[in-house]
Design a protein around this ligand. Structure first.
Ligand code: BTN
Length: 267
């Protein structure tokens, strides 16, 4: 693993220790500040950065969220990073990737001692319906198997966040008896992502689907799907398909929904 510090006190020894046998699979760049780790890593990947390159920033000035939203984070209260990963050329396009990433993060955080983490299709991590982490996946133009995977984890809820927002958010600190160092958290996340990507590349989402469904917060509940350019849809959440599509029971008929521009809410 190569780690490049650019004006940030990121502890590379701590990171290497927690990456353990996965050290050689990653190349970590740590920045004090950037606009968006996703945007910058997309540029680095297009310029030839290898699979396994990680960009972690203390601060983002223009963090990106799903569906064109802004991702707010403040220094010290969140872990914001992006990982570039190339899936094998002979694998299918990674349509369930956002679910796979969510599952890996949930498992890694649980291994650190955080209980009660649930998933929300397609790619949020929740604790009792409060958001713990978000994922934004962007594919390299013209390369459907090369993905920049952006992850934002709330380590704590900023004291300055208005109450209307803070009641929908939860920090990892409130799920852990003793808060881990961010290097240990990042190392655990990267190691679990690499393990889970290996399973996904070899066996597809079918091998991970059961574990994902057991964690889905909305299984069996009535939900509302929001689209950018179509009316809302209501149905009972019946799980996910082998390609990651959401299955909804709508008046007794099972229908599939897939795509990054859909959001799910309780009905
Ligand atoms: C969402 O829930 O809408 C997804 C949020 C993703 C935020 C992360 S923070 C690191 C990476 N860089 C970005 O600009 N966005 C992602």
């Amino acid at each position: 693993m190569a780690v490049h510090h650019i004006d940030t006190p990121f502890d590379l020894v701590g990171l290497r220790r927690s990456l353990d046998s996965h050290t050689c699979r990653f190349d970590v760049v740590a920045l004090a500040e950037c606009a968006s780790t996703n945007v910058q890593l997309l540029e680095m990947a297009e310029a030839g950065a290898p699979s396994g390159t990680v960009l972690v920033a203390e601060r983002q000035t223009a963090g990106r969220g799903r569906r064109g939203r802004i991702w707010h984070s403040s220094t010290g209260d969140s872990l914001t990073f992006s990982l570039f990963w190339r899936f094998p050329e002979d694998s299918r396009a990674p349509s369930a990737l956002s679910l796979v990433v969510g599952l890996a993060i949930a498992q890694a955080l649980e291994n650190l001692g955080a209980g009660g983490i649930a998933l929300k299709w397609p790619n949020d991590l929740l604790h009792e319906n409060r958001k713990l982490a978000g994922i934004l996946i962007e594919l390299l133009p013209g390369a459907p198997r090369a993905a920049v995977i952006g992850i934002g984890i709330n380590l704590s809820v900023p004291a300055t966040l208005p109450e209307a927002l803070s009641e929908h958010v939860i920090g990892l600190d409130s799920l852990l008896g003793v808060m881990s160092a961010r290097e240990a958290i990042l190392g655990a996340l990267l190691a679990e992502l690499a393990n889970t990507f290996d399973i996904y590349s070899d066996q597809g989402f079918a091998a991970l689907r059961g574990a994902w469904q057991r964690r889905h917060y909305f299984t069996g509940r009535t939900v509302r799907l929001l689209f950018d350019h179509a009316p809302d849809v209501y149905g009972i959440c019946a799980g996910v398909d082998e390609d990651g599509a959401l299955l909804l029971d709508i008046e007794g008929i099972c229908q599939r929904f897939i795509g990054g521009e859909i959001s799910l809410r309780p009905a």
